[in-house]
Write a protein that binds this ligand. Structure first.
Ligand SMILES: Cc1cc2nc3c(=O)[nH]c(=O)nc-3n(C[C@H](O)[C@H](O)[C@H](O)COP(=O)(O)OP(=O)(O)OC[C@H]3O[C@@H](n4cnc5c(N)ncnc54)[C@H](O)[C@@H]3O)c2cc1C
Length: 329
């Protein structure tokens, strides 16, 4: 049974029945239908194989970038197996700006719309013009405009009613020719009228100083989503605990999950081989040959403790995969 250890960023030593790299969507569909239990993988940076997976794993290597321009925009269509950070770097070098705040996010271009990746004041929905995909069951090719993708915070139609039903083949980005730097996020706000390259360099520097490199210390980035709670509940939290960081959204107040995890005493705490990062409590790390059970125990302990203390439910952002497929905690 081949090992998945290098194919997911938490690097647990899970195995599977077979690994297939595909560079054509027809080939992917043929192979997929010849097996009953399957998992589709891009870069494995939002997927955590908790134990041996009793099925076939398909790794996307669809490649290619095409370009056209309109009067006001650069239109870049990218095959889903391209690496996200390489795309950001390539666009910057061409003078096509708008992705620089999202530098160094691991993973594939195809996964970027699925959870509407975001960082440093930008979400990818801001620049997605369209997503092309194939229905895995029928093989039919469809396209949704960005406005039809039901994007939300770490959410989209591809995590909702189309979850597990499609192979995203291409993503088209529309990058305005008129450069508009986004410097709303803390450290970026210190930059004075920065160029896109300065934003790119600063984002990389911040990320490298704050986040553990998964190739050195296995992790899956933010383990939990930031909870969005009703305004009344937020007000109660403030009256009981003093200052609570919060950001208004249409759905309620988004509170950093790290705040709850930190205040619940998990910073630096270890369960088996899993460690809650001492500086970034939202990141669980594979500190010492962790097992899938260690991950589940730690995640459940955090969720239970935060709920008991604050009546707030944390939801994993990372996809957890057991022997038969995705599981929920
Ligand atoms: C260190 C680190 C930092 C991170 N920082 C951020 C951050 O700042 N912001 C952020 O939003 N995320 C962040 N992430 C999460 C992760 O990088 C993103 O979610 C990324 O988009 C995942 O891409 P992937 O190709 O690795 O996805 P995978 O883990 O391979 O797949 C994720 C899910 O998408 C599905 N999928 C993948 N490709 C396709 C496709 N072509 N068609 C249909 N379904 C598909 C898979 O089946 C799976 O369910 C971080 C992760 C790490 C490890």
């Amino acid at each position: 049974m081949p090992s998945l250890q290098t194919h997911h960023s938490f690097h647990l030593p899970a195995r599977c029945q077979g690994i297939h790299h595909f560079s054509s969507s027809d080939r992917f569909l043929d192979l997929w239908h010849s097996s009953a239990t399957n998992y589709l993988l891009g870069g494995g940076s939002n997927t955590l194989f908790l134990q041996d997976f009793d099925g076939q794993v398909f790794i996307n290597t669809l490649k290619g970038v095409s370009y056209r321009e309109t009067k006001n925009s650069h239109i870049v269509t990218v095959a889903s197996g391209e690496n996200w950070h390489e795309l950001v770097t390539r666009c910057l070098a061409q003078g096509w700006y708008g992705l620089e705040n999202l530098a160094l996010i691991p993973g594939s271009v195809g996964a970027s719309p699925i959870q509407n990746i975001g960082a440093y004041g930008v979400e990818v929905e801001n620049v997605i013009a369209a997503v092309e995909y194939r229905d895995i069951e029928t093989g039919e090719t469809s396209e949704r405009l960005g406005s039809e993708c039901e994007f939300g915070y770490r959410d989209s139609v591809f995590k909702g009613k189309l979850a597990g039903k499609t192979l995203i083949t291409h993503v088209t980005f529309e990058l305005p020719k008129r450069y508009q730097p986004v410097v709303t996020y803390g450290d970026l706000a210190k930059l004075d009228n920065p160029t896109a390259s300065e934003i790119y360099d600063t984002v990389i520097a911040i990320r490298q100083s704050k986040l553990p490199d998964p190739d050195v210390l296995g992790n899956a980035g933010s383990f939990f989503k930031n909870p969005v709670i009703p305004q009344t509940q937020y007000n109660e939290l403030v009256s009981r605990h003093g200052q609570v960081p919060g950001f208004d959204t249409e759905a309620g107040v988004k509170v950093p999950a790290a705040w709850f995890i930190d205040r619940s005493g998990f910073k630096g705490k270890t369960v088996g081989g899993v460690r809650c990062h001492p500086d970034q409590p939202l990141v669980l790390t594979n500190a010492n040959d962790a097992s899938g059970d260690d991950v589940i125990t730690m995640a459940k302990l955090i969720m239970q403790t935060v709920y008991e203390k604050y009546a707030v439910s944390l939801e994993p952002e990372v996809r957890l995969v057991g022997s038969a497929g995705a599981i929920t905690l």
